[in-house]
Design a protein around this ligand. Structure first.
Ligand code: HEC
Length: 140
C-alpha cells in the first residue's frame, strides 16, 4: 500500500473516534458535558432515566412543550424562567433535530411520507358525527 493510501486509511479509521470525542459524555448519565448540562441533570433524572429524554430530538419549541407536558403530566415543578431557558437551550442544542449523528438515517421529509390513514379515518368519523349532532362544540 502506498504511503498516501496508508495515511488515508488511518485517517478514516480514526474518524468515528474523533466524532465521538467531539463532546465528552458523562459516564453516569450518558449526557453530553456541555454548558448547563448539570442543571438539566439535576432537574430531569429525579423521576426517570436520562435515556428518557436523550433519545428524543426536538426543536426549542418542542422541548418547551415537553417541559410543559412534564409539568402537567409528569409532576415536574414550576421552573424559574432563566432555569427553563437554560434547560431548553441545552436540550435543543445537543439533542435538537439537526443532530443527525444520532439518527439511524436522516428523517424522511414530510412531503415524501404517505398520508396517515388513521388520522384521516378519525377525522372523517369526527366530521360525520359532528354533522349528526353527536359531537357538540365546547361550551363557552
Ligand atoms: C417529578 C417527576 C419528573 C421530573 C422531575 C421529570 N419528569 Fe419527565 N416524565 C415523568 C413521568 C411520570 C413521565 C411519563 C409521563 C407519561 O407517559 O404520561 C415522564 C416522561 C418523560 C418523557 C417522555 C419519554 C417517552 O419516551 O415517552 C420525556 C421526553 C421527559 N419525561 C423529559 C423530561 C425532562 C427533559 C425533564 C427535565 C426538565 C423531566 N422529564 C423531568 C416525570 C418526571
Amino acid at each position: 500500500m502506498s504511503p498516501f493510501f496508508r495515511s488515508l486509511a488511518l485517517a478514516l479509521l480514526c474518524l468515528p473516534a474523533l466524532q465521538a470525542e467531539d463532546v465528552p459524555l458523562d459516564p453516569v448519565t450518558g449526557m453530553k458535558i456541555a454548558p448547563d448540562w448539570e442543571i438539566v441533570r439535576n432537574h430531569c433524572i429525579i423521576c426517570h432515566s436520562s435515556q428518557t429524554f436523550l433519545r428524543q430530538k426536538a426543536t426549542e419549541a418542542n422541548w418547551t412543550s415537553v417541559l410543559t407536558w412534564m409539568q402537567t403530566n409528569g409532576g415536574l415543578w414550576k421552573l424559574e424562567p432563566d432555569v427553563e431557558k437554560k434547560i431548553v437551550q441545552y436540550l435543543a442544542t445537543h439533542y435538537g433535530p439537526g443532530d443527525t449523528a444520532n439518527y439511524r438515517r436522516a428523517p424522511i421529509p414530510a412531503t415524501l411520507m404517505p398520508p396517515n390513514p388513521y388520522a384521516s379515518e378519525a377525522k372523517l368519523e369526527a366530521e360525520a358525527k359532528k354533522q349528526q349532532g353527536l359531537i357538540k362544540p365546547p361550551a363557552k
